[in-house]
Design a protein around this ligand. Structure first.
Ligand code: S3P
Length: 171
């Protein structure tokens, strides 16, 4: 039986990596984080890549990685938050599995990313909260094409259960 991939997308700080890793563990799939994979491939952090080569170079690497991952199965993939802005990436990933979008409020996003070590180049602004709101507004229509799972006020265990329900109900 082919094992369809499970793809978690959504804005920065919505818990894709944390939840994805847990889910993969629980169902015996391999976990892939696209940002971490790119960093491994180029030997540079995403923040450094943005600085030295710009966002366009990063988006090209994302698209290349999507094509590689689409050849595989049995994966839980946590995407970078902007990966699904490219419709080609979405079309390719859809062929290999189910895409679910995680959501959180701007306040939760800000709190979560402030606690993390990873630098988010797109949020290096005087007012990161305003930038989060602006980007969320720009991206709403893209994110809304996927089934949504709110990560607010829920334990990770509850979220994994809900995620599995969502994926199974749509299969
Ligand atoms: C981005 C999200 C980041 C990373 C890059 C750009 C975005 O990943 O890919 O900084 O455009 O939303 P996370 O969503 O894992 O933070």
């Amino acid at each position: 039986m082919p094992q369809k991939n499970i793809i978690l997308t959504g804005f920065m700080g919505t818990g894709k990596t944390t939840l994805g890793r847990l889910l993969a563990n629980q169902i015996g799939y391999e976990f892939i984080d696209t940002d971490a994979q790119i960093e491994k491939q180029i030997g540079q952090t995403i923040a450094d890549l943005f600085q030295t080569q710009g966002e366009t170079a990063f988006r090209k690497l994302e698209a290349k990685l999507v094509k590689e991952l689409a050849k595989r199965e049995g994966l839980v993939i946590a995407t970078g938050g902007g990966l699904v802005l490219n419709p080609k990436n979405v079309a390719t990933l859809r062929k290999t599995g189910r895409i679910v979008c995680l959501t959180a409020t701007p306040e939760e996003i800000l709190t979560r990313i402030s606690k993390q070590q990873d630098v988010r180049p797109l949020l290096q602004e005087k007012d990161p909260r305003a930038k989060i709101i602006e980007l969320l507004q720009q991206r709403t229509s893209v994110y809304q094409q996927f089934p949504q799972l709110s990560t607010s006020k829920q334990t990770l265990e509850q979220l994994v259960d809900k995620l599995l329900e969502l994926i199974n109900s749509n299969s």
